[in-house]
Ligand binder design. Structure first.
Ligand code: PMV
Length: 322
């Protein structure tokens, strides 16, 4: 029997270590609950099969064999197919309605969040329990289909909804946030597929292994220092570490003039540091601010061309509001 159910999932931000994480270097990521995917499942009439409505993008898709040829339809249907296969269930008569406030291809984990929320809604509608570890590996299957060689950081931070110190192919490691800190998450408005930048960094590594491995090692050192600072609550040093990580990402060719301009605008307006976050060349930058600086820095970023600025506080999952 199918019951009405809801599945949700947050976005995510990578604080330090993107790209190098694909090649075995640690990275730090936190969930971003200011943006969310919500999926409502409702029983449909017998024989109706699986239908997914995505009103935000004006699409409705039915689960048919040909539907997978369309990339958007595939993004909606493939997570459902994966979870049904894992639960050994035939296609149920159910309608899913998907709503998302996470911009697509912008480094905030929209694909992993969509897959997580669809799987949560569908498994709850079927009254099946999918524990986080299993859900994480099912969402990773979807990530592989869309990203080629994902590190697994997006699915991990989104499924567990906790700050993670992530090392590819190693067990989940969470860590403490000694003192909350504030970030602006700044959308450049330019979509950029992660698959392309990850492929370019891989090519750069093949061309000049010595140079790129040295850059990755630099990222690893930054990530370890950042973790210690976050745990100790000495968050003021994070700004300098963000600048250093951004400089390496520039050398890895994944920044862009717009992202560099946004980082500079944030720092000129008082942010302690800024860097691109996620795949790069477009998508988002993050900037470290105090609550007093936030409004002025956000204004400067909008003047410099930012499409959207979200203010968020990074804190322990059950931490006090700042
Ligand atoms: O999906 P995005 O754009 O947030 O980027 C993910 C981070 C990368 O390190 C660039 C890729 C990966 O699989 O870890």
């Amino acid at each position: 029997m199918i019951v009405s159910a809801r599945g949700t999932a947050p976005g995510k931000i990578i604080l330090f270590g993107e790209h190098a994480v694909v090649h075995g270097i640690p990275a730090i990521a936190v969930p971003l609950s200011a943006v969310q995917v919500t999926v409502d499942a409702k029983p449909a009439s017998p024989g109706a099969g699986l239908t997914i409505h995505a009103p935000d993008v004006g699409e409705t898709v039915r689960a048919t064999v040909n539907a997978y040829d369309n990339p958007l339809y595939d993004a909606l249907l493939y997570p459902a197919q994966i979870v049904l296969r894992a639960l050994e269930r035939p296609t149920p008569d159910v309608t899913l309605t998907v709503r998302s406030t996470i911009p697509i291809a912008s480094g905030l984990g929209s694909g992993a969040a969509l897959a997580t929320a669809i799987m949560r809604a569908l498994s709850a509608a079927l009254r099946c329990d999918v524990p986080p570890e299993r859900l994480n590996s099912l969402v990773y299957e979807v990530e592989k289909r869309h990203h080629g060689t994902p590190s697994g950081i997006d699915n991990t931070v989104i499924v567990y909804e906790e700050p993670v110190y992530f090392v590819r192919d190693e067990p989940l490691e969470t860590f403490c946030i000694g003192q909350p800190f504030m970030l602006l998450v700044v959308d450049s408005g330019v979509p950029s597929p992660t698959k392309v930048t990850v492929g370019d960094v891989g090519r750069l590594l093949a061309q000049d292994r010595f140079m790129v491995e040295a850059l990755f090692k630099g990222v690893g050192d930054i990530v370890k220092q950042a973790r210690s600072a976050i745990e100790a609550g000495t968050v003021e040093v994070l700004g300098t570490l963000m600048q250093a990580n951004h400089a390496i990402l520039q050398q890895l060719t994944v920044s862009s003039p717009l992202l560099d301009r946004l980082c500079a605008a944030a720092e000129e307006a008082g942010a302690a540091g800024a860097k691109l976050s996620g795949g790069g060349r477009g998508g988002n930058i993050i900037a470290l601010v105090t609550p007093e600086q936030a409004a002025a820095v956000a204004e400067a970023l909008t003047a410099a061309g930012a499409a959207r600025v979200i203010q968020t506080t990074v804190q322990a999952p059950s931490g006090d509001e700042w």
